[in-house]
Design a protein around this ligand. Sequence first.
Ligand code: NAD
Length: 428
Amino acid sequence: MSIREPSTRQTPPGATNPLEMALHQFDTAVGQMPGLEQGIIDMMRETKRELTVNFPVKMDNGSVQVFTGYRVHHSTLRGPSKGGIRYSPDVTLDMMRAMAMWMTWKCAVVNLPFGGAKGGVIVDPKALSRRELEHLTRRYTSEISILISPQGDIPAPDLGTDPQVMAWIMDTYSMHRGYSTPAVVTGKPLEIGGSQGRFEAPGRGVMFVAREALKRMGKSIEGATVAVQGFGQVGRTVASLTQGKGASIVAVSDSQGGVHNPHGLDIELLIQHKQRTGSVVGFPGAEGLTNAELVTLPVDVLVPAATENQITRYNADHIQAPLVVEAANGPITPEADQILRDKGILIIPDILANTGGVTVSYFEWVQGLQHFFWTERETNERLRDIMLRAYESVARIGEQRRVDMRTAAYFVAIQRVYDATKIRGIYP
Ligand code: NAD
């Protein structure tokens, strides 16, 4: 397993149930899209199918423990459903529903031929041995194998899962089939059909959109000050790549706390410090700060890259960054979203900003189906083109309809799913 820390289970004040948040965002957008047929709106508001599995795992001490997992499909109208698998004690069916729905909109915003799905198991992966984790993954894969396939539903990593877990999923599915099926899952290790650039892709996509947003604000990423909340796969890649483009990363944090240096942090040294000590806390040459302090710093760009519900009605008024790029899923509650907009803060929404991962997952799936693999340069260039095209289409709709970027992204996504439904027609 790669570096994984204990999950932070405290729910911030003002937090919103993710499903309520997803539906609120959908309803807000649809309320401003006259002329859509009500029956199709109702269809898009619901998940397509939901599977709950309760399954046993034999633990190292010989006991049998029963775990609960889910796989939810929100939509398969534009192609197979796509979405990560989360291992966390915080997993709920509502969380899966919300995230499956977000995946539909994400894939539609960047115009990938996918619908949305999400899966998860209620488990703290840190509390399991490697053997237990493998057995849990293989049994969960067997249980959800009635839904997953290269043509039907393609899982990927999310919080608490990593390329090794994806390898076990691919192997288990392949054992059932009797032949190797790399395209059943993405985010795999390179050795078994993973894509070059997949690990950095979510962070790289965030860097592309942050740079584009700054450019459109008449600013440059060079010299821009950036604060990144969360220093996992996404957060540390964003920090490293934006620093590589000349930005000054003045603060980062993880679940244990943060570090701040107004003159900029050396991200490569900080990554090594975290690998050594398990946290960014205590990094030499930087002052400590809390997560609450980090999000209110007067920086050019704030990147929440940790978990949902980090900016709520309780702290939104104190946010000073003129640009917030949502690397995490749902880091800003709807109430906070309104407060930030009233303050004139530009928010690049998650369904646009953090689609780099799913876009390179799409590339990995295509490469797996064709058994023909691209270089990292080709992957990164195609990712940049897709992200910038998506940014342009959202910004254009935003300007035409005079709405914020989140609403515009929903307009683009919902319209694409709506059009696909109308063209396909209602079966039978
Ligand atoms: P990760 O587990 O690798 O890292 C999460 C980081 O956030 C860790 O450093 C953790 O310590 C920190 N963290 C947790 N709670 C925190 C808190 N309250 N305050 C500050 N830091 C906290 O996860 P990741 O893959 O980097 O994902 C981060 C976010 O990005 C999630 O919302 C995830 O859904 C989203 N996302 C991930 C991907 C992907 O492919 N990895 C793609 C799109 C979106």
